[in-house]
Design a protein around this ligand. Sequence first.
Ligand code: FMN
Length: 177
Amino acid sequence: MHSPESESSAANAGGEPTGIDPDGFRQAMARMPTAVTVVTALGAEGPTGLTANAVASLSLEPPLMLACLDRGSRTLRAVQQAGRFGVNVLAADQAEVARSFGTKLEMHEKWEGIGWRERDGIPALDGAPVWVACELQDVLAGGDHVIVTGAVLEVATGDGDPLVFYGGSYMGLGEAP
Ligand SMILES: Cc1cc2nc3c(=O)[nH]c(=O)nc-3n(C[C@H](O)[C@H](O)[C@H](O)COP(=O)(O)O)c2cc1C
């Protein structure tokens, strides 16, 4: 049986419990390497996008994706307007794109100098090694975020290693300290 202690401590990590304050939680999750994506949608005012690492494949049959989007994000609003979203997995040489799309810059500034084209009614970034186009299916509650699920409309892959986010830094595969 679980004791309350074992629920809140990192019993299998061999280290000290980190507590569950937002900073400790963020720091612990920073030790989980992830791919880096830009989730995009064509909103009423043009292309929108945000950097997101809380993205995953959800189901194979039928093919579904999920992305966790901040309730206050402009991109979520555009996803809901468009009824579609795209997942652009960034390449190892696209750390600057990740930095820019991870900010609250004016949306048109995020897109300055970015190569993209409309694909499946969604902005697709040049140079992204993986493209997944989705039709919005569900918007599920998830604390200060929502989980959007999408039916996969199209998948395309190209060359290039993915960008990895680990320990608060961007790196390529094999560059981890
Ligand atoms: C590495 C990294 C990963 C992020 N992952 C997510 C994420 O999964 N979901 C999310 O909503 N915001 C995430 N963010 C924050 C958003 O990119 C950022 O807050 C964005 O400016 C908000 O969206 P908006 O510009 O559409 O308003 C991440 C930021 C960084 C730098």
